[in-house]
Each structure stands twice: as C-alpha cells, then as structure tokens.
Ligand binder design. Structure first.
Ligand code: GAR
Length: 219
C-alpha cells in the first residue's frame, strides 16, 4: 500500500513538483494525494491544479490564531486520509499541538546542512560564514524551526564565485534529488525515529548525495 502524502507549500513549489513526478513511478512507495498552500497565489498551487492533483488553499490570514489555521490544515489532511506530510517551502511556523499530532509523520526540507543556517536566507548565511560546503537537509518536524531528527542530507560546494542566487540554485538542484529519496526512506519505514535520531535500515547510495566541486555545474 502506498503512503498517502500531502505536500504543504507557500510558493513556487519546485520541491512539490519533483515529489509529484517521483510518485508517478509504479514502484514509488508514496502517492501525492493533496497539495495545500497557505498562499492563494502560490505558483505551485496553480501547477498542482492544472495537473489534476487535489488542492486546498487555506489562507492563514483568514484565521484569528495560528492554532485555528492549523486546525483547518489538520482537517484537510484528515479528510484526505493523509499518512505523511511533506513540507516543501511551507513558510509558516506550526503550533505545538499540530506538530505533536503529526510527530514522526511530518518531514521538511531546508536548504542548508542543519543544524547550521536555520531560518531565512540560508545561502546568504553560508556565504557570510565562509563555509566551503553547504547543502540541504530533510528532517522530521519538531517543535523548533528547521530542527528535528535528520533523515538525509546532500552536500554542495560553495564556489569562490558564488552569489546568494547561484549557491541557492545549486542547492535547489540537490534538494530535488534528495527529497524524493528521503520521502521514499520514510514511506517504506526504512528511516525510523529513534529518540532524537533517525535510524536508516538499509544502505543509502551516498554518491547520490554529494556534489563535488568538479561537478558543480552539472549537479
Ligand atoms: C526550498 O529551497 C526549501 O528548501 C526552502 O524553501 C524553498 C522552497 O522552494 N524551505 C525553507 O527554507 C524551510 N525553512 P520551492 O517552493 O521551489 O520548493
């Protein structure tokens, strides 16, 4: 049985799109049954609608509190009989109750090697810190923003010529590789929560997760 996945977005939705594309494979262990956006004008929402994927546009500004908004999201997820939630550029902090309700069943992607560079502008933070390697992380969602047990990471070089935009673009390509792989690990139960760590039960092809300076252009 494929896991029923909802993807929550706030904008462009490129990570949502790669999950949708990956889930088209007959042997992929998850199906995308719902795309939810808190922004009615999100480009990703229009793309999902055009593709015939069930969508829910739930405007956070229409709710008096974070809890009320999260209750509406939760209702949409339950109505769609969702097993797993994948945050993909969903730029809303969640209430403690919601995080607890979906603990171990909700994952997020962030464009840095966590625990470094949480929050906004991680590529800018990486450049300012002078690191030579950055990347992206998929993790289970916990109470703290861009934290929680790490499922998978991909490394990307920071090049001397990089601007915030070129680095973010290189990391985004790595995100698009990593997220389908990480969702697959979770959906098959091969990535399991064990306290504050994630245990991976089968070997992961590390070569897929590293992009060397030599291949930076292509990665
Ligand atoms: C992605 O880079 C994602 O990692 C990031 O927002 C972007 C969304 O792009 N998420 C965060 O920063 C979460 N803290 P997308 O809409 O094209 O997937």
């Amino acid at each position: 049985m494929k896991k029923r996945v909802a993807v929550l977005i706030s904008g462009r939705g490129s990570n949502m799109r790669v999950l949708v594309e990956a889930a088209k494979a007959a042997d992929y262990p998850a199906e995308i049954v719902l795309v939810v956006s808190n922004r009615l004008d999100a480009a990703g929402l229009a793309w999902a609608r055009e593709g015939g994927i069930p969508t829910a546009a739930i405007d956070h500004k229409a709710f008096a509190s974070r809890e009320a908004f999260d209750t509406a999201i939760d209702a949409a997820l339950r109505a769609a009989r969702v097993d797993l939630v994948a945050l993909a550029g969903f730029m809303r902090l969640q209430s403690a109750g919601f995080v607890e309700a979906w603990a171990g069943r909700q994952i997020n992607i962030h464009p840095s090697l966590l625990p470094l560079f949480k929050g906004l502008h991680p590529a800018r933070q990486a450049l300012q810190a002078g690191v030579r390697i950055s990347g992206c992380t998929v993790h289970f969602v916990s109470r703290d923003m861009d934290a929680g047990p790490i499922i998978a990471q991909a490394a990307v070089p920071v090049l001397p010529s990089d601007t915030e935009d070129t680095l973010a673009a290189r990391i985004l390509i790595a995100e698009h590789r990593l997220y389908p792989l990480a969702l697959q690990l979770v959906a098959t139960g091969r990535a399991r929560l064990d306290g504050h760590l994630v245990r991976i039960e089968a070997p992961v092809n590390q070569a897929q997760l590293v992009c060397s300076p030599d291949t930076a252009g292509a990665c």
